[in-house]
Write a protein that binds this ligand. Structure first.
Ligand code: F6P
Length: 542
């Protein structure tokens, strides 16, 4: 992080940290207008943050001093900014209109992007209109996406978010966990003859996905015979050879490229299940929403740039106020999985402690992301946000219109009331004026000064949804640049994969090889082995 620019931010934080949002609003009638920006169908009101115009100027100077503009251009133009993997980062190309060109190593990637999109559209239409039939001639009624991480969370979250746009006769299911229960419970809900499995894996090596795909394939072959696999399995991957080795014909494979990171892959062929659910036209509108936010991020002045503003506010709280987490609170049930999706996007991207020079950073980087839809959260964890000892900045996400309008005014009344209460709180004198007995005043007083962003759009549509996801993608990117960390690798995840492979051998080998872990792990594995032996001898006796 640029130390001079950060020191200048902290100088201003030290001057302003005792100001209360209540007073900032009282003193400045123009505050809400001053701290509101809009793009791609979204309005961001960030006036309920602990900022002054001067502090915002200094935060924006931090972004400039970090070379943000240059880095944005580098990403959009296909430079290999994922340096530890030697790759470009071009999820933005996936949403480009056909006339744009973007070169990776001198080759325009756009023709390939549009060829795959065309193939996805043709296939989705065939599944949706019943033209693609299963082995016994019946149309598809169930689509099962088998993938994990970015190959699951994006389409799973989006299928739920855009459910009002989905074709009712088709049901999408998602299997990710290697716990067999996940697959087993989905298989109870589907008919083999009418089920299409989409195996989604960038690498086509991921343990969980390969285990689930293998079991699903065995289940289907057991019901309909091996010859049925061709009509019931398609793949999304970057690795054609591995897809073919699994037994899926390459013509039923939808490709993408190494420059699409898993957690940024929803708009690639990874979104195939979503396109089948909502149809190519709605999918295209979603891409247009993504593109509108991409263009806003690429071209808007930093002081009006939604992702940049949100990134800077996040850094203010993480690094200036020591906040450990932020909450994402969508007031729309269709966005129930949005926080889970953002957890991977943000925490896998910026959960890094080494900077781009290979040095350990001396400040906090990626925060913990969590959240639930309002109003459920209000009856669960909001107490801690209102009166706990920790500072938890929140993003409130809401819509002026609902797809299910019956209670919408009530829902939105809560939405607006919460951000106001968090900002202004309730003083001891206000409690007394309400007749609160003196001994209860400390408990019924709310400090307030709890910062929130409010994101408001007219309606949850494919376009506003796409713009929302892109907004967070670029927020995360901006924070990575300012923290000077690499946001597009995930070496930390590799460690777990390697270790699990070694332990699996130790659990399953007949000769139970000697264990060389720490004493705790040795004892736990020994206990598990004993239980496994007992279960095996019980089933041998029956
Ligand atoms: O969780 C680690 C990870 O590498 C993610 O980045 C990725 O989205 C996920 O595994 C799945 O990988 P793949 O698509 O190759 O199966």
């Amino acid at each position: 992080m640029n130390q001079n620019a950060w020191a200048s931010v902290m100088e201003e934080v030290n001057k302003t940290c005792d100001l209360h949002l209540r007073d900032l609003f009282a003193k400045d009638p123009g505050r809400a207008g001053r701290f509101t920006a809009a793009a791609a169908g979204w309005t961001l009101d960030y006036s309920k943050n602990r900022i002054t115009p001067e502090l915002m100027n200094r935060l924006l100077a931090l972004a400039r001093a970090s070379g943000l503009r240059r880095e944005i251009d580098a990403m959009f133009s296909g430079e290999a900014i994922n340096a530890t993997e030697g790759r470009a980062v071009l999820h933005t190309a996936l949403r480009n209109p056909p006339e744009k060109t973007v070169a990776v190593n001198g080759k325009d990637v756009m023709p390939d992007v549009h060829e795959v999109l065309g193939k996805m559209k043709a296939f989705s239409n065939r599944v949706r209109n019943g033209d693609w039939r299963g082995h016994t001639g019946k149309p598809i009624r169930h689509v099962v996406n088998i993938g994990i991480g970015g190959s699951d969370l994006g389409p799973a979250m989006a299928c739920q978010a855009l459910k009002p746009y989905a074709q009712g006769s088709l049901k999408c299911h998602f299997v990710s966990n290697v716990d067999k229960t996940h697959l087993a419970e989905v298989l109870k809900e589907v008919e083999a003859e009418q089920t299409l499995f989409i195996v989604v894996s960038k690498t086509f090596t991921t343990q969980e996905t390969m285990a689930n795909a293998g079991s699903a394939r065995a289940w289907l072959a057991g019901k309909l015979g091996e010859a049925a696999v061709a009509k019931h399995f398609v793949a999304v991957s970057t690795d054609k050879d591995k897809v073919e080795a699994f037994g899926i014909d390459a013509k039923n494979m939808f490709g993408f490229w190494e420059w699409v990171g898993g957690r940024y892959s929803l708009t690639s062929a990874v979104g195939l299940s979503l396109m089948i659910a909502i149809g190519p036209e709605n999918f295209t509108q979603m891409l247009e929403g993504f593109h509108a936010m991409d263009e806003h991020f690429r071209t808007a002045p930093l002081e009006q740039n939604l992702p940049v503003i949100m990134a800077l506010l996040g850094i203010l709280y993480s690094n200036g106020y020591g906040a450990e987490s932020y909450a994402v609170l969508p007031y729309d049930q269709y966005l129930a999985r949005f926080a889970a999706y953002l957890q991977q996007m943000d925490m896998e991207s910026n959960g890094k402690c080494v900077d781009r020079n290979g040095q350990r950073v001396a400040f906090a980087t990626g925060p913990i992301v969590w959240g639930e839809p309002g109003t459920n959260g209000q009856h669960a964890f909001y107490q801690l946000i209102h009166q706990g000892t920790r500072l938890i900045p929140c993003d409130f996400i809401g819509f002026c219109r609902s797809h299910n309008p019956g209670h919408h005014d009530l829902l939105m009344a809560n939405f607006f009331a919460q951000t106001e209460a968090l900002a202004h709180g309730k003083t001891a004198d206000e409690c007394r004026a309400e007749g609160v007995p003196e001994h209860l005043v400390p408990y019924k007083t709310f400090e307030g000064n709890r910062p929130t962003n409010t994101l408001l759009a007219d309606e949850l549509t494919p376009a506003t949804f796409g713009a929302l996801v892109a907004l967070y993608e670029h927020k995360v990117f901006t924070q990575g640049i300012i923290w000077d960390i690499y946001s597009f690798d995930q070496w930390g995840v590799q460690l777990g994969k390697v270790l699990a492979g070694k332990v699996l051998e130790e659990l399953t080998a007949e000769d139970e090889p000697a264990l060389a872990h720490d004493a705790s792990t040795n004892a736990l594995i020994t206990k598990y082995r004993e239980a496994r032996r007992r279960a095996a001898s019980r089933s041998a006796n029956y």
